[in-house]
Design a protein around this ligand. Structure first.
Ligand SMILES: [Zn+2]
Length: 337
């Protein structure tokens, strides 16, 4: 599991990170530790970091990323890691993502331990430590039996000067300014999960483990299934001819399927052709029919005209007959006179 841990100063994420290291057997990668180790070991990146620090400059992101990459190459980081204190801004998270993509170990989960600012303020400003044995107390949450005195050794309890309200408020404001964009960055990737940092250390730890397992188990099981499938496929490939026949059969089936497709396609085109022919035929028939009807019509018209002519002739003939009759009648009348 590859986790980026987010949480304000005083959120207790450092304590939780140590518990996660024990539970899941993965290293916690803190850039502060990496820098110190690299400088002490005098590695190439360590030397570059040292020159930057000696000249009062910030150690560049490239150097820090190089150190993280070297750390991830160690065998204990094979099954994952917990990044704590890095990245702190968007450019850092982008270059971290790019580097992790290159080495094939992308972040799976960004886990935020969320604690209210008022609680954080009390946790930090109320912190007291024994000057003799280093035992830690808090004047709000875990008070010593005698104020200002260590329960264990009776030593005097001390208050760190930079744990005053003004500096703490300022530190929290800086943290919020840095972390808010990071939260939206990982939220956009669907990797941000939040655990409320209230309750006892073990209560918070249990909640964190629940979230981690809910987020990472489905991925892990999916990966396992894939690797099992590929393994069984390899086994099958290694096995004898009997099993080799299967892919052949499959290939034959595919061919047959292709043939079927071709056949059906051919049938379809044949059907289309037939349809076209039919269409042509009907069209031709229609044309013939039209011609026939047209002929009939003209014939009818002609006969009609003929009839008209005949009638006219008949009328004319009748008129002639009538005229002749009239003439005859006139002649008769003349004769009578
Ligand atoms: Zn003490």
């Amino acid at each position: 599991m590859r986790i980026v841990l987010l949480g304000a100063p005083g959120s207790g994420k450092g304590t939780q990170a140590k518990k996660l290291v024990e539970r899941y057997n993965i290293p916690q990668i803190s850039t502060g530790d990496l820098l110190r180790e690299a400088v002490a070991a005098g590695s190439e990146l360590g030397k570059r970091a040292k020159t930057a620090m000696d000249t009062g400059q910030l150690v560049s992101d490239d150097i820090v990323l190089g150190m993280i990459q070297e750390r991830l190459a160690k065998p204990d980081a094979k099954s994952g890691f917990i990044l704590d204190g890095f990245p702190r801004n968007i450019p850092q998270s982008q270059s971290l993502d790019a580097m992790l993509a290159r080495v094939g170990q992308p972040i799976q989960l960004s886990l935020l331990v969320d604690v209210d600012n008022s609680v954080l303020l009390k946790r930090i400003t109320g912190r007291r430590s024994c000057g003799s044995c280093g035992a830690i107390y808090n004047i709000y949450f875990s008070t010593p039996k005698v104020p200002g005195k260590c329960d264990k050794c009776g030593g005097t309890l001390q208050h760190r000067s930079d744990d005053n309200e003004d500096t703490v408020t300022n530190r929290l404001a800086v943290y919020e300014e840095q972390t808010a964009p990071l939260m939206s960055y990982y939220k956009a990737q669907g990797k941000l999960r939040t655990v409320a940092g209230v309750g006892s250390i073990s209560e918070i730890f249990d909640k964190m483990c629940e979230v981690i397992e809910a987020q990472i188990r489905p991925l892990a099981t999916a990966m396992k299934k894939i690797s099992e499938a590929t393994a069984s496929a390899k086994k099958a490939a290694k096995a004898g001819n009997a099993k080799k026949a299967k892919p052949k059969k499959a290939a034959a089936k595919k061919k047959a399927a292709k043939k079927k497709v071709k056949k059906t396609a051919a049938k379809k085109t044949a059907k289309k052709k037939v349809k076209k022919k039919l269409v042509k035929k009907t069209a031709a028939k229609k044309k013939v029919a039209k011609k026939k009807t047209a002929k009939k019509k003209t014939a009818k018209k002609k006969t009609a005209k003929k009839k008209v002519k005949k009638k006219a002739k008949k009328k004319a003939a009748k008129k002639k007959v009538k005229k002749k009759a009239k003439k005859k009648a006139k002649k008769k009348a003349k004769r009578r006179r």
